[in-house]
Design a protein around this ligand. Structure first.
Ligand code: PLP
Ligand code: ZN
Length: 431
């Protein structure tokens, strides 16, 4: 039984260190803005233990177990998270004017990349003898935690803003969790979950304060490094809410480069909605960057991001930057991604596509640079937003005449010379 590959937990604000064997969330030396802890590894031990071939065959994220902050004796709580495909996206790439690939992380077990982190949380909670896990969430982390708690046989009690999309409130209840819908914002739900953790001692999965969570998110960086080792992209693009994901990815990318597994690292582009742009604002030097979040991209509707420091370090360290996009651009991106590549993302998952458009327009991404967009969440979790973009369905009577009225008669398949070519007029868009 050993955790000897984890050296210490180090405060990102004051450098104080803590014992990784104890459940510590944040550095107690600070009031107000939390001192987020960083997990520091002994890379000699990690490198020694990591003996998998970097051949692109990735069954799930536990391929990188040597890098994960779990005891060598711990039995993983897994639903096969990670190992998601990196797809060529030529039609969408043409539209955006870049050489594009898409990492489709919406295909994780609960429909969101957060499963990477939750798998670590559930593994550590069960191994540590905890009975109850909790978190606050805009929806996806809650659903993810509920699924993995069920898998692990743990009780799950989660706090979500009452305004979360219906699908995200139903999913965790199917997994048997207690869902406590807080009459307030995500930020208020978050503060309540911290008080509850203090009062009851439940294991808190909140990625921004639980230093081990972000460590699971690193595996998206490990996978990208492995999957792109012979063609490292110029840019990797993420949406940002609390900022843990982009920071986790950067740590994974950097580790693989520093250990010599790959030659280089890409630049990171972080994307936020105009109505929830605190990390973007902080990165570009704004003093007072906390806001009240206002966006339909609910998974990144974060007014007070908990991981601004780590996220800004990731953007700067990679030589990248941050952009904002409008909600309209996000919805357009969702349908563009769907109709060009057959990939259905929730708004926060499609935001990187809108971010690439913005970055192209601003001259941040040059024409024909190679770009990987990471789609973080699956579209069926939130059909409300998408409905605004696709409009109403076209109604027809069960008669061929109604179809003929739309497409012409079907004799030779080309009646009226217009075949099905103007099918786009059926979407009801703008009607
Ligand atoms: C949580 C989430 C994000 C943002 O991740 P952060 O770590 O909060 O920056 C992006 N997309 C989806 C689908 C999410 O669920
Ligand atoms: Zn500190």
């Amino acid at each position: 039984m050993t955790l000897d590959h984890v050296e210490t937990l180090e405060c990102t604000r004051c450098g104080a260190t803590f014992d990784p064997e104890r459940v510590v969330y944040t550095c107690p030396n600070h009031e107000g803005v939390a001192g987020i802890l960083e997990v520091v590894y002994d890379y000699d031990v990690v490198d020694d233990r990591f003996d998998a071939a970097l051949d692109g065959d990735i069954p799930n994220q536990w391929k990188y177990r040597a890098f994960l902050p779990v005891d060598t004796d711990a039995e993983p709580v897994t639903l096969d998270e990670g190992g998601t495909d990196l797809l060529d996206a030529p039609r969408l790439g043409d539209e955006l004017g870049v050489d594009l690939r898409v990492k489709n992380d919406g295909l994780n077990p609960t429909g969101c990349f957060k499963d990477r982190a939750t798998s670590i949380a559930a593994t550590k909670a069960r191994f540590g003898g905890q009975d109850v896990v909790t978190c606050a969430s805009t929806g996806n982390a809650a659903a993810s935690l509920a699924g993995y708690a069920a898998r692990a046989g743990l009780d799950c009690r989660i706090f979500v803003p009452a305004a979360a999309p219906e699908g995200k409130l139903v999913q965790p209840r199917v997994y048997g969790a207690d869902v406590l819908a807080v009459d307030g914002s995500y930020d208020e739900a978050y503060d309540l979950s911290l008080e509850v953790t203090d009062a009851y001692g439940w294991y808190n999965r909140n990625a921004a304060i639980n230093p081990f969570q972000i460590e699971g998110k690193r595996t998206v960086g490990h996978e990208l490094a492995e999957q792109t080792s012979d063609e490292i992209p110029d840019w990797v693009v993420f949406s940002m809410g609390d900022g843990c994901t982009i920071a986790g990815c950067w740590k994974g990318l950097r580790e693989f480069a520093e250990l010599g597994y790959v030659d280089d690292t890409p630049k990171l582009l972080g994307v936020q909605p105009e109505g929830a742009s605190a990390i973007h604002d902080a990165f570009h030097g704004a003093e007072d960057h906390e806001t009240v979040a206002e966006t339909l991209a609910d998974a990144v509707a974060v007014g007070r991001p908990r991981n601004t420091v780590k996220a800004c370090r990731a953007l700067a360290g990679s030589g990248g930057t941050a952009v904002t996009v409008t909600d309209e651009a996000i919805l357009d991106a969702e349908t563009l991604l769907g109709r060009t590549e057959g990939i259905y993302a929730e708004p926060s998952g499609a935001a990187p596509v809108a971010g690439i458009q913005a970055a192209r327009a601003q001259g941040i991404i040059d024409p024909d640079e190679s770009v990987v967009a990471v789609v973080t969440g699956f579209g069926l979790k939130d059909t409300q937003g998408a409905k605004q973009a696709v409009g109403d369905v076209t109604e027809v009577a069960p008669s061929l005449d109604d179809v003929a009225a739309l497409y012409g008669t079907g004799d030779d398949g080309a009646a009226g010379g217009d075949g099905g070519s103007d099918g786009s007029s059926l979407t009801g868009r703008g009607a």
